[in-house]
Design a protein around this ligand. Structure first.
Ligand code: NI
Length: 255
């Protein structure tokens, strides 16, 4: 039985231009039960919907990433609202704040994050949140809107994870927990309740050790799962099954 579900990857990325369809088809046929593609703009959301139409187990989110929001058309909320009506779209995302790249002014990022959090509420959909070096403001807006969903590639402390969990959300961890010096990530992997922990690759980025620096795909989630299972002293199977169950509950995916 296929037990791997990847809650966050980017198969619309150009890194997959040469073998995208072959790779997705073969992964979903063999070891991967499902994937949620993380959209970064309208075009990638529509591309995700198109792929979802071809492959069972393939789902997508729809939203504007803080690093692309400066390119969004003026009517992006209305356009996203149209895309969200498609049953292949299981979340609003990825949305959030990126104070590392600061591609657009921070007050603009916050305003756009708020608009998309409100949109998720309106459609009763979970969110996929991107928080890079913006922990305080992210937490504040999550407290204000109380969405369902995940903070993906979580990079905060165990204390912050606890606060996010108290809001009813989940934490998603990726390949970074396998890196050397992953002290904070390991603490989070150890302490987050199992029913609030999910697994992702963020492919093509963040390949776990021993593939660090290479192009990542959903099959590599197994190395992240092995590391977290070891930290928690549980079996890899138990972790993978719990991850699937959590993904079903939060995103309503049928895998
Ligand atoms: Ni991502």
């Amino acid at each position: 039985m296929k037990k791997i579900f990847d809650v966050h990857a980017h198969y619309d990325d150009e890194a997959f231009d040469d073998d995208r369809e072959f790779l997705i088809a073969s992964m979903l046929e063999k070891e991967i039960a499902g994937v949620i593609n993380g959209a970064t703009d309208i075009e990638s959301a529509l591309f995700g919907v198109e792929l979802a139409g071809k492959y069972k187990g393939f789902y997508t989110s729809a939203g504007y990433h803080p690093d692309t929001i400066h390119r969004a058309p003026e009517d992006y909320i209305e356009r996203l609202a149209q895309v969200l009506k498609d049953p292949a779209v299981v979340a609003v995302g990825e949305i959030g704040l990126d104070y590392h790249w600061d591609t657009s002014p921070r007050d603009f990022q916050r305003a756009c994050f708020e608009k998309q959090l409100a949109l998720a509420k309106e459609f009763d959909l979970p969110v996929v949140v991107h928080d890079r070096e913006a922990h305080g403001d992210t937490l504040e807006l999550l407290k204000k809107y109380r969405p369902k969903g995940i903070v993906h590639c979580f990079s905060g402390s165990a204390e912050l994870a606890e606060q996010i969990i108290r809001l009813g959300m989940s934490i998603s961890l990726g390949g970074a927990v396998t890196f050397k010096n992953a002290r904070k990530g390991i603490e989070v992997a150890k302490t987050v309740p199992l029913d609030r922990l999910m697994l992702e690759t963020d492919a093509p980025y963040m390949a776990p050790v021993p593939f660090r620096g290479k192009r990542c795909d959903s099959r590599m989630i197994k190395y992240t799962a092995e590391k977290i299972a070891e930290i928690r002293n549980i079996s890899v199977d138990e972790l993978l099954e719990k991850n699937m169950e959590n993904a079903r509950l939060v995103f309503g995916v049928s895998v």
